[in-house]
Design a protein around this ligand. Sequence first.
Ligand code: TXA
Ligand code: MG
Length: 306
Amino acid sequence: MIKNKLIAIPTETVYGLAGNAFSETAIKKIFALKKRPEYNPFIVHIKSFTYLNEIAKDIPPDALKLAEYFWPGPLTLVLKKRDCIPDSVTAGSDTVAVRVPNHLLTLELLAQLDFPLVAPSANPFGSISPTSAQHVQNYFNTEIEVIMDGGCCERGIESTIIGFEDNQPILYRHGALSIEEIEKVIGPVALQTNSESKPNAPGMLSRHYAPITALFVTTNINQTVKLFRGQKIGLLVFKDSLINDGILDKEILSASGDFLEAASNLFGAMHRLDKLNLDVIIAEKFPDKDLGKTINDRLERASKRK
Ligand code: TXA
Ligand code: MG
């Protein structure tokens, strides 16, 4: 059915641009459509934990523990790849990124297929990730044959990526599962010290998840708003900033101060603000814990000009 075709799939994190992980034709199409550099590897989406062994080998005990505990869910594991995984999927690396997504429609689709799906986020390289079918359609109006509409993504932010060196877990990308939750299951996780020129996970590239409008991240909204007086300003705040003067639009991510809710609203709010033709988006820095870390990571990357 979709042997060589592309299909946009809903997941609990963000929408993916999916294709057969064993089809070079599908893989080439994804690279071309996303304008994605070829050094950037894909995540392989499998239907259940049981299939992990077909994709990866020499799996560290902590990886198995995490997979059993969190799948289906927003956790990607980077593991030694089996020979059947094409080099084009892993960008030539001997490791492969793999996860079981947690969305009913996509799990049903995977159950009907006899191959796994590679699925990068369904946005042009570097731009804001899509958290609704409409976002995907706005990016790729006629270029994708099928967009499965599974509603708004529950988590709204990409999966957390964990790799291993000498069986020790390392965080490659902050994501929808907080480090605190992961450490409760396997103990301390090291942070990757990343070289910008050769990032292990290009989600780690400095400019990423970026709107077209200039975005500034600040701990002091009042002061930053004053700096931009007279310009068309949009605010992106956690609870509420109580500032309305000279503001064209304000997105409150969670009135009750809930990290999960804020994360799930983040990209949608960025998409909306980016459509308003503003001069600047001023975003409030989150408390540096739990999903606040992930949100700060996305805001920082969105604020980079290159
Ligand atoms: O939540 C998600 O993970 C979403 C949904 C659709 O599943 N997918 C997603 O894919 O965010 P993408 O392609 O936008 O980001 C995948 C990240 C990239 O930063 C890539 O570099 C990293 O995974 N990655 C893939 N394979 C890797 C590997 N072998 N080693 C290190 N990083 C890897
Ligand atoms: Mg992406």
